[in-house]
Ligand binder design. Structure first.
Ligand code: PEP
Ligand code: MG
Length: 556
């Protein structure tokens, strides 16, 4: 019987094929006691297993290259973490077997990581995978891994670990479905990098029987289990139609009647540039610079190191805009040397610009590095601050930009409702706004973006969120300045039309979403987008807003 399950679509496209499950069994070694004289031998055994797994991960990384290599190398480092190893040694010294000691030591490390915020919590699957590999080796059982299949399949898993996804054959994997994970999990990141459709956070995914046909729609988040022949045919036709529309829509972003909406890419560093260029990004709308700061937990990267990384991104977009966000540390992106460890509510604490104003030397070094990186390049550098609450914040950031001698436009992100409500005053200090709808939703609905159970309130179709977008866009229009969107909302093609209708002047998103947004925008006039926006704002729930906009856009 056909059944439709709904999760979160994180990588566009439609895939239809038989389900194959990932081998994700967590091996729990028996809690037997070893004799004291065996401890030394078990410790050596644990070390050998750790080294072998780290070497294997490293080798897989070399084979995979690119983004996957960085992830696998990070996993190899996790395996060799000295504190973890010391914990394993300690546990063996008091009677654990090597396998049990590894299992327990990783469990306590995992608990720490799971509590440490969005970015690190997303790495829990990586850590589990490292543990499973070491434990499997110590117990002499097969490694967890990708299914063995000669036929293309839809991969279903609890969550996917990079060591496996890196070796997936794109010719065989039609799409991903995971029970866990969110838009920032590796399953999502790698599915986008591989360009296959993916749905995450799908309850019931792991219960779908092996071999059952599933149709995965990575745009809507729907997975149809055992679809009828007619349904399959309809989905294939829809996929072909979408593909044709995607291929037909090229060039800069614009509505059917020619209203320009520049389509920009969100990048985390130089590694993301090729995909942005391939997908026709007209520039960068959000360069998240945090990744550069994650390498060293004790200090900021030197100005020279920053210049090198920034320049690689800036030189890839001659004649185009590149909007760089200064460091957004704290809350879901904690940095040891900057983020207070004892805040009761980190998302409401000292983060983003607040952190930088407390550590002006970090801000000024970054701004100087950006000025130096852009020198002599034909790029239009723009710099913006995260987590700006009011005009005083905007003025303080603008002052820092002037002090650093930055020859660039400077603006602010609108992520706090107060900034959207008083956008006009803020624009008295800076030259542009960029709506960070992920955080704006979090703060508008008092709903922590890391808590999956509150996903309803994080839905970017929430009419109250659209009201705030409209307020910011109107302030920008009234002052003749620009107001883009760089949160996840921009990557939903229909919502992108609504945002355009609300008066947003550019849209920035993960590179893989660009063709979808470009094609959908090209099908609708500005007036239609405006009507869709009005219909969505008149609704009382995100579901109604989506439906109302859909009706206007489909001309029903
Ligand atoms: C946002 O909050 O919408 C945003 C783009 O910033 P980040 O997701 O990095 O917090
Ligand atoms: Mg944000």
């Amino acid at each position: 019987m056909e059944q439709t399950l709904r999760g979160v679509g994180v990588s566009h496209g439609i895939a239809i094929g038989p389900v194959r499950h990932m081998g994700t069994a967590v091996l729990e070694p028996p809690a037997e006691q070893i004799a004291a004289h065996e401890a030394e031998r078990e410790q050596a055994k644990a070390r050998r297993a750790v080294e072998a797994v780290a070497a294997d991960l490293q080798a897989r990384g070399n084979l995979a290259g690119g983004e996957a290599q960085a992830v696998l190398e990070a996993q190899a480092l996790m395996a060799q973490d000295p504190e973890l190893q010391a914990d394993v040694d300690r546990r063996i010294a008091v009677g654990s077997s090597a396998a049990r000691a590894v299992y327990d030591a990783f469990a306590s490390y995992r608990a720490l990581l799971a509590q440490a915020g969005d970015y690190l919590a997303g790495r829990v699957a990586d850590l589990d995978d490292v543990r499973n590999r070491i434990v499997a080796r110590l117990m002499g059982v097969p490694m967890p891994g990708v299914p063995d299949s000669d036929e293309p399949y839809v991969l279903v898993a609890q969550d996917l670990a990079p060591a496996d996804t890196a070796l997936l054959d794109p010719a065989l994997v039609l799409g991903f479905v995971t029970e866990e994970g969110g838009p920032t999990s590796h399953s999502a990141i790698l599915a986008r990098a591989m360009g296959v459709p993916a749905v995450v956070a799908l309850r019931g995914a792991v219960e779908v029987a092996e071999g059952t046909v599933a149709a995965v729609d990575g745009s809507s988040g729907e997975v149809v289990v055992a679809p009828t022949e007619e349904r399959q045919a309809a989905l294939r036709a829809a996929a072909a139609e979408r593909k044709a529309a995607l291929a037909a829509a090229t060039g800069p972003g614009r509505t059917a009647d020619g209203h320009a909406v520049p389509l920009l890419a969100n990048v985390g560093g130089p590694a993301d540039v090729p995909a942005a260029v391939e997908n026709g990004a007209e520039g960068v709308g959000l360069f998240r610079t945090e990744f550069l700061f994650l390498d060293d937990s004790k200090q900021a990267p030197s100005q020279a190191k920053q210049v090198e990384a920034y320049r690689k991104v800036l030189e890839a977009f001659p004649g185009a805009r590149v909007v760089v966000r200064v460091l957004d540390a704290g809350a879901d992106k904690p940095l040891d040397f900057l983020t207070p460890a004892d805040e009761p509510n980190p998302a409401l604490g000292v983060r983003g610009l607040r952190t930088l104003l407390d550590h002006r030397e970090v801000l000024l070094t970054q701004l100087r590095a950006l000025a130096e990186a852009a020198r002599g390049l034909p790029v239009h550098l723009e710099v913006m601050a995260p987590m700006v609450a009011d005009r005083a914040d905007a003025a303080a950031f603008a002052q820092a930009c002037r002090e650093a001698g930055l020859d660039a436009k400077y603006g602010v992100m609108v992520e706090i409702p107060s900034a959207a409500l008083r956008a006009r005053a803020i624009l008295g200090e800076v030259e542009f706004l960029s709506l960070g709808t992920n955080d704006l939703a979090q703060y508008t609905f008092a709903a922590d973006r890391q808590v999956g159970a509150l996903a309803r309130l994080q839905d970017p179709w929430q009419p109250a969120l659209l009201d705030l977008v409209a307020a910011a866009a109107e302030a920008a229009r009234a002052t003749g300045k620009s107001c883009g969107v760089c949160g996840e909302a921009a990557s939903d093609p229909e919502l992108a039309c609504v945002l355009t209708g609300l008066g947003v002047t550019s849209l920035s998103m993960g590179a893989a979403a660009l063709p979808y947004v470009r094609a959908t925008l090209a099908k609708h006039t500005l007036a239609q987008c405006q009507r869709a926006a009005a219909a969505a704002r008149a609704a009382d729930s995100p579901e109604e807003a989506r439906e109302a906009a859909r009706q206007v856009l489909s001309g029903e």
